[in-house]
Design a protein around this ligand. Sequence first.
Ligand code: HEM
Length: 147
Amino acid sequence: MRLNEKIIRYIYIITFTFLTLTGFAQMPIFKRYHIADIPGLGWLAQFYITHAMHYIFAVILIGLSTYICVDYILNKPQGYTITSRVYAKSIIILGLIITGGLMVFKNLSGTPYSPFMISLLDLSHLTLCMALLFYFILLLGRSVRFY
Ligand code: HEM
């Protein structure tokens, strides 16, 4: 694997890990189940810290995804075709970015979302997160190329 692919892979894994951790920290579970009582993990119960971190890693994920798409368009290896696995993961990540972006908009004051729309966005984002977690666990240990 080329050096920059290795770097991208590590940035992706770190970003995904923190997006999942800070995403679940949007729900009051780490305090309720005393995980935040473990020394060094108290920040997981600080909503504003985890909320800001979720946004920061969301920006990194959007940046990384854009880089990978542009790199693929400009430097597509000869004879390479996108596999169904990569399609599946790309659709899940795109879904997370779209639902996440709409929820960022929701958090701006005065946005006209109905309670149904808010629940739909939340549940879609959470379902996509679980789908990506499942995908990750399923393929753990197999080296997946980004394109
Ligand atoms: C791998 C990618 C991501 C994962 C695994 C993830 C995971 C999560 C989870 C588990 C939640 C909590 C849902 C709930 O409260 O029911 C959440 C909330 C949220 N996520 Fe993500 N997320 C990801 C990417 C993004 C991106 C790219 C954005 C923005 C563009 C984003 C924006 C948000 C927002 C705004 C919330 C709601 C916070 C609130 O108002 O309570 N997420 N995320």
